[in-house]
Design a protein around this ligand. Structure first.
Ligand SMILES: [Zn+2]
Length: 302
């Protein structure tokens, strides 16, 4: 994970989860805090080696791979923490992520791991979309829900720090079924970013690219393809239960979901596509013998 300079102010640490850094006079803002203390320490060591300041931390969304190291930064560097509203509540009560993934039940102990729950952190400044001036930093926060409820991408000094609004093309195919909570919101966020001008963009997972529009278009196509695949499974197997549909979809996409936590992430993403088909009125859904069932909607007049 090497520190790469993007322009006079902006830097990026490309890794499995990318970290941004913005330098402004005697202040320095880290964007996202990696999954744990040891990962973020690799980042701060390189910033310190360049004699650059660490004063602020901006968290784009409340997934532990983006905030697990935040408490360490707050404790050791006394950084001012900036986070999106709603996400800030999850950061303060991080058990909410394993809870919502576990369909609202109190999560089993095995779900309370560092991949689903980081150390609790209280944001000093809670923000929403729009233009902001926080101390030396002037930036635009762009609402990009769909992957997380109120995720914010950040445009600062003409670089788009895109959070997990889109994935690098290689990462899309690696994840197979990217984690999303809503297809509509994901697509709206992607369309919004497609018309965005910036000298380059850093996704949470993937490479820094100047021509990032092409990658955003790949993401849109990828989600459309998954939505179509799910529709075809329903067409083929209808009426089909939610459990069976998730199982066949995960099999078809060859995902590895052997553990409960992984399964719950894929189950949520699959349900986002199912929800979109219901909203598009392409499928009917009903409860039959305590199972959530789906079938293709019959067109009127046929
Ligand atoms: Zn995420």
């Amino acid at each position: 994970m090497n520190m790469q300079q993007i322009n006079e102010h902006n830097y990026v640490f490309l890794s499995s989860v990318n970290i941004g850094y913005v330098h402004e006079g005697n202040q320095g803002m880290i964007i996202d805090a990696a999954i744990d203390k040891s990962s973020i320490r690799k980042v701060v060591r390189q910033i310190e080696a360049q004699n650059l300041p660490i004063t602020h931390l901006l968290i784009t969304h409340a997934h532990s791979d983006h905030y697990g190291g935040a408490k360490y930064l707050q404790d050791v560097y006394n950084v001012k923490v900036i986070a999106p509203k709603f996400e800030a509540t999850i950061l303060q009560h991080p058990i909410l992520e394993p809870t919502y993934l576990f369909m609202g039940n109190d999560p089993l102990d095995e779900l309370r791991n560092k991949f689903l729950e980081g150390p609790s952190i209280e944001a000093d400044i809670v923000i929403d979309e729009g233009d902001h001036q926080i101390d030396e930093f002037q930036f635009e926060a762009i609402a990009t829900p769909g992957h997380s409820y109120n995720q914010l991408a950040i445009r600062i000094h003409d670089t788009l720090f895109a959070a997990d609004s889109y994935f690098g093309e290689k990462e899309l195919h690696k994840h197979k079924i990217p984690y999303i909570t809503s297809v509509y919101k994901t697509m709206d966020s992607l369309e919004k970013l497609k018309s965005f001008s910036a000298n380059g963009a850093v996704p949470g997972h993937g490479n820094y690219e100047e021509n990032f529009i092409k990658t955003i278009e790949r993401n849109i196509e990828y989600h459309q393809d998954l939505l179509h695949r799910l529709y075809c499974i329903i067409q083929d197997k209808q009426p089909i239960s939610h459990e069976e549909l998730v199982s066949i979809f995960c099999d078809e996409m060859s995902v590895n979901a052997s553990q409960l936590s992984m399964f719950l992430l894929f189950r949520t993403a699959a349900t986002a596509y199912i929800t979109a088909l219901i909203q598009q009125e392409k499928i009917d859904h009903y409860i039959q013998r305590h199972r959530w069932m789906f079938q293709i909607k019959e067109e009127e007049g046929t």
